[in-house]
Design a binder for this molecule. Structure first.
Ligand code: SAM
Length: 244
C-alpha cells in the first residue's frame, strides 16, 4: 500500500513516550519497558493506522502490547489514535508500545526473554506474485522466526483467499498446529474480535474474513534459525516499501 509522505510522522514518533525509536536495542528487554512487566505480552505485526492496537490496549489494561510497522507514517497514525483514545478516558497509555520495524528482521528485535504470549497478524500484504511470496508475513521463513520466540499462539486474519489457503499450508509444513480455522469470522463473530481498518473496508466490500489460530511446534522455542532462511534480512532496509 502506498501512503502519502507525512513530514510530521518522524518528529511525532521521536517525541512520543510510548514509541520506541531503536527496537534492536530493546531485544530481550521489552517486558521491562511496561509499567506492569509481568502482564501477558501481545505483539501485533503490521499495525497500519492502529485501529486494532489502540482498541486492544485500551480495552485490555491487564495485557501489554507492542505494535510494529515498517512505515513511520502508519506508526504515527497509530500513535495519534492510541493517544487520543487513552486521553479521552484520562488514562496513560502505559500498556502499549509502538516501534518501526521490518518484520522480516523480527528475530533481531525479539528474543526468548521477550517471549510474546501471542502474535497477531491482521491483513498483512498478500504478495500474490510468485517471486514475492517469500515476503509474506506468514511465509515459512517468517514462521520459524516467530516459533523460536513465541510462548503462546498466533492469530491471523485476512480477506485474501489465496493468501489464507497457502498460509494454512505454510503453518502445516512448518509443524504448527492449527487450533481454530474459519472462512467467515463474522458469521459468528467472537465478542472480543476487534475489527481493523482493513477488516471494516473489506467487510463493506462484501468480502468474507478468514481467520485462524495456530500454535508453534513444541520444540521450536529457542531453536536457532536455519541460516539460509534469514540471511537475506541483513541486506534489506527498514524503510523498504512493500509492494503488493
Ligand atoms: C494491508 S495493511 C494492514 C494494516 C492493519 N493491520 C489493518 O488490518 O488495517 C499492512 C500493513 O503492514 C505493514 N507492513 C507490510 N510489510 C511489512 C513488513 N515487512 N514489516 C513491517 N510492517 C509491514 C504495512 O506498512 C501496512 O501498514
Amino acid at each position: 500500500m502506498r501512503i502519502r509522505f507525512k513530514p510530521w510522522a518522524r518528529p511525532e514518533i521521536a517525541a512520543c513516550a510510548f514509541c520506541m525509536d531503536d527496537a534492536f536495542a530493546l531485544r530481550g528487554k521489552w517486558r521491562s519497558r511496561f509499567k506492569n512487566p509481568d502482564q501477558p505480552f501481545y505483539v501485533e505485526l503490521g499495525c497500519g493506522k492502529g485501529g486494532w492496537i489502540s482498541q486492544a490496549s485500551f480495552r485490555n489494561p491487564q495485557n501489554n502490547y507492542l505494535a510494529l510497522d515498517i512505515k513511520s507514517e502508519m506508526l504515527a497514525m497509530a500513535k495519534r489514535k492510541t493517544e487520543r483514545l487513552f486521553a479521552e478516558a484520562g488514562r496513560e497509555p502505559d500498556n502499549v508500545l509502538l516501534s518501526i520495524l521490518n518484520i522480516e528482521r523480527i528475530s533481531e528485535v525479539l528474543s526468548t526473554e521477550d517471549a510474546p504470549d501471542r502474535i497477531y497478524i491482521n491483513f498483512c500484504n498478500p504478495w500474490p506474485k510468485m517471486s514475492h511470496k517469500k515476503r509474506r508475513l506468514t511465509h515459512p521463513r517468517q514462521l520459524c522466526q516467530y516459533a523460536a520466540i513465541l510462548r503462546g499462539e498466533l492469530h491471523f486474519k485476512t480477506d485474501d483467499e489465496d493468501l489464507f489457503r497457502e498460509s494454512v499450508e505454510y503453518f502445516r509444513e512448518s509443524g504448527w498446529e492449527i487450533l481454530t480455522q474459519t472462512d467467515d469470522l463474522h458469521a459468528d463473530e467472537p465478542a472480543d474480535n476487534i475489527r481493523t481498518e482493513h477488516e471494516n473496508m473489506f467487510t463493506e466490500m462484501g468480502k468474507k474474513i478468514h481467520f485462524l489460530i495456530a500454535k508453534p511446534p513444541a520444540d521450536a522455542f529457542g531453536k536457532p534459525l536455519p541460516k539460509e532462511l534469514w540471511e537475506h534480512h541483513k541486506e534489506e532496509t527498514d524503510e523498504e516499501e512493500p509492494e503488493s
